[in-house]
Ligand binder design. Structure first.
Ligand code: ATP
Length: 306
């Protein structure tokens, strides 16, 4: 009805109808006991090996994000929440995102938080199952994934996207990976579903240039600044540490570490306290754990260079 009214030029009525439908759907979803607004969807058959589904409760507020990143993600959520209105005016909400940046800076967590905020399932695409030695098979599997994208609304997350999107070939077979990339380009271009597609990579430099314009937004992640590291430390540890804690010095000790590295150091510090029946975390101990992470990071950098 809404589409019919929109075609007749009754934009306002179409918009109101869509909003009524969206509100009714929302109420029905919220009536599901237990998990709240998330409808249950489980991939079946071969799709089950290609997609891993979960129903994250995460929110963007759980994350420490650079301001530009937070603003870009809020904009995606805003457009998703008003998608009925936007579509009734012939506008597409933002829904194809490419996240780039170093490991452990929150790309996967973002996909989960978007799903949590929108109360829709998160489908992680298993690239290892998707990419096989046989090109025909890979294209058919990719087709299945994109069919699911249009059939079941969700956040579809392609991690380590450079495996598909790279100009260079997997197993040195440039021709084959090129064909997989071409199928992906075609499918993402044709996709007009209401799912959110999120691709992430640590290696944007090797992505094919043709890919960038297929996404509505390319969002860049970085290791935390001192002030972001301070927020990350405070968010998790303020209830375990003394009021006089010098968060600034701890943040300096964390310079260059990713959010994931800092989180692991904090978790280790909390574990130590729990195992020794202590209710607080010692600043000195945390400092030591952050330094250990720095050593591990240097080693990893060294190995990557060799
Ligand atoms: N921005 C962030 N704010 C708060 N915690 C974070 C953030 N980024 C990462 N973390 C912590 O680090 C963990 C790992 O991060 P995540 O898997 O999202 O990184 P990633 O960028 O996807 O890494 P990779 O590129 O290696 O897949 C998260 O589960 C969370 O505990």
């Amino acid at each position: 009805m809404a589409a019919h009214e929109a075609k007749q030029g009754h934009g306002k009525l179409a918009e109101e109808l869509r909003e009524l439908i969206d509100a009714a759907k929302q109420r029905r979803a919220e009536a599901v006991p237990g998990r709240g607004a998330v409808p249950i969807a489980r991939p079946k058959g071969e799709l089950a090996s290609l997609l891993h589904v979960s129903y994250p409760a995460r929110k963007l507020a759980d994350m420490v994000l650079a301001q530009e990143v937070a603003e870009a993600l809020q904009q995606v959520l805003k457009e998703q929440r008003h998608q009925g209105k936007l579509r009734s005016h012939g506008l597409q909400p933002r829904r194809k995102l490419l996240l780039v940046g170093p490991s452990g800076t929150g790309k996967t967590m973002t996909a989960a938080a978007l799903a949590g905020e929108l109360s829709i399932p998160l489908f992680v695409v298993r690239l290892d199952a998707l990419i096989t030695k046989f090109m025909g098979e890979t294209a058919a599997k990719l087709r299945q994934v994109f069919d699911a994208v249009s059939e079941t609304r969700g956040v579809y997350f392609f991690d380590e996207f450079d495996a598909i999107g790279s100009q260079r070939g997997l197993a040195n077979d440039v021709g084959e990976i090129r064909r997989i990339l071409n199928s992906f380009l075609l499918m993402i271009e044709q996709d007009e579903s209401n799912s959110v597609i999120v691709a992430a990579t640590n290696h944007p430099d090797i992505l094919d240039q043709a890919l960038f314009r297929r996404f509505d937004d390319v969002i860049e992640y970085h290791v935390p600044t001192d002030s972001e590291a301070k927020d990350l430390l405070r968010n998790r540890l303020s209830r375990y540490m003394a009021k006089t804690t010098d968060w600034g010095s701890l943040a300096i000790a964390a310079q260059g570490l990713s959010h994931a590295d800092i989180t692991r150091a904090m978790e280790d510090a909390i574990k130590e306290s729990v195992m020794h029946d202590r209710e607080t975390v010692s600043g000195q101990e945390l400092l030591g754990l952050l330094q250990q992470r720095q050593v591990m990071r240097q080693r990893a950098l060294q190995t990557n260079k060799e």
